[in-house]
Design a protein around this ligand. Structure first.
Ligand SMILES: [Fe+2]
Length: 143
């Protein structure tokens, strides 16, 4: 993939992740159950670290820096944690599908694969929380 093409792909993805950060921060601060508050905090921490890895590795791969103002969060809104997590997993999978055939992007693909593994763990933990009636019942983002 040409680096100019990758720049667009990476920034689109990073801006989506920026939107998910705000989405999960809203859920974290509006949770009225400690379990949900803490679980979403863990999801958010890993997301922040993953986005930082993608942004910095992408600039290393391209050999050029993003420009000031390139980060423009995409608005992300779902009514609950589970739906947001499922959508995030789909966006991460789509990014992986776009880059994984490029051998020069192996390092970034590897970071994406590691994060996909983490997301599966969170899917399980959110599922458990929903069984407890925690995440499902107390978290709702207003439109
Ligand atoms: Fe916090």
């Amino acid at each position: 993939m040409k680096t100019s093409d990758y720049n667009k792909v990476a920034l689109t993805f990073i801006n989506k992740l920026e939107g998910y950060k705000t989405f999960f921060k809203n859920l974290h601060w509006s949770a009225n159950h400690l379990t949900a508050h803490r679980l979403i905090d863990d999801i958010l921490s890993d997301l922040i670290e993953f986005q930082d890895t993608i942004a910095e590795c992408s600039q290393g791969y391209m050999g050029v820096q993003f420009s000031l103002g390139d980060i423009k969060p995409k608005y992300i809104n779902f009514s609950n944690t589970n739906d947001g997590l499922v959508a995030l997993m789909k966006d991460v999978d789509d990014f992986c599908d776009t880059i994984e055939s490029d051998k020069e992007l192996r390092g970034i693909t590897n970071a994406v694969n590691d994060y996909q593994q983490e997301l599966l763990k969170y899917k399980y933990l959110v599922m458990l929380s929903r069984k407890d009636g925690v995440v499902n019942s107390v978290i709702n983002l207003k439109q």
